[in-house]
Design a protein around this ligand. Structure first.
Ligand code: IMP
Ligand code: MG
Length: 185
C-alpha cells in the first residue's frame, strides 16, 4: 500500500458530506432522546471505527447517558471480512439490567453486530438497540436489525469519519470512496 501525502489524492469521490453527516446525526440524537425518555441509557461505541460517530452523536444527545467502549475486530488487513470476531478490549461497565445502545460505523455482513448483541444479551442487558452510521443493505448475511441507521450505502469500500483501510483514512471528516489503485498497489 502506497499512501499519498494527503488523503485527498486517494479519494475517488465524496459519498456523504460533513454537512449531511452532521444533520443526520442530529436527527438520530433527537430520536434517541425521545425514545429513551425516562429510561437509563448506556451508549457503547465499537472501536475504532465508531469514534467519530459516537463523538458527534453523543454530543448531540441531551439526555444524561453513560458512555463505554469495546474493541472488536472482524476485518484483517483486507477489504473483505475475515468472518471471525476477536474481542480485543472489553467493556468497563457492567451491562446487567442496563438499556444498551450500540454505536457502530457500518454494518456490512452483520457478523460483528450479531456477535456483540449476543454477547451483551449473555451478560444480562435489559435491552440492546443498534445505531449504525452506515449500512450496506445488499451485503447482509446475518440478520441484525438496527433501529437507528444514518445512511444506506452501496456495496463499495468506503473510508473516513472513523472508517479505515489498513488503519489509514479514519481522520477524513466525510465518507469517501477510495480509488481502486490504492488496493491494487
Ligand atoms: P460486518 O461484521 O461484516 O458487518 O463488518 C463490520 C465491520 O467491518 C465494520 O465495523 C467495519 O469496521 C468493517 N467494514 C465493513 N465495510 C467497510 C467499509 O466499506 N469500509 C471500512 N470498513 C468496513
Ligand atoms: Mg467497526
Amino acid at each position: 500500500m502506497t499512501l499519498s501525502e494527503t488523503y485527498e489524492n486517494d479519494i475517488k469521490k465524496v459519498l456523504i458530506t460533513e454537512e449531511q453527516l452532521e444533520n443526520r446525526l442530529s436527527e438520530l440524537a433527537s430520536q434517541i432522546d425521545s425514545d429513551y425518555k425516562g429510561k437509563d441509557l448506556l451508549v457503547i461505541g465499537i472501536l475504532k471505527g465508531a469514534i467519530f460517530t459516537i463523538t458527534k452523536l453523543a454530543s448531540k444527545i441531551k439526555k444524561n447517558v453513560e458512555i463505554d467502549f469495546i474493541t472488536l475486530s472482524s476485518y484483517g488487513s483486507d477489504t473483505k471480512s475475515s468472518g471471525d470476531i476477536k474481542l480485543i478490549m472489553d467493556l468497563d461497565e457492567n451491562v446487567k439490567d442496563r438499556n444498551i445502545l450500540v454505536v457502530e460505523d457500518i454494518i456490512d455482513t452483520g457478523l460483528t453486530m450479531k456477535w456483540l448483541i449476543e454477547y451483551l444479551q449473555s451478560k444480562g442487558a435489559a435491552s440492546v438497540e443498534v445505531c449504525t452510521l452506515l449500512r450496506k443493505k445488499e451485503a447482509h448475511i446475518y440478520d441484525v436489525s438496527a433501529k437507528y441507521v444514518g445512511f444506506e450505502v452501496p456495496e463499495v469500500f468506503v473510508v473516513g469519519f472513523g472508517l479505515d483501510y489498513n488503519q489509514y483514512y479514519r481522520n477524513i471528516p466525510y465518507i469517501g470512496v477510495l480509488k481502486e489503485e490504492i488496493y491494487e498497489k
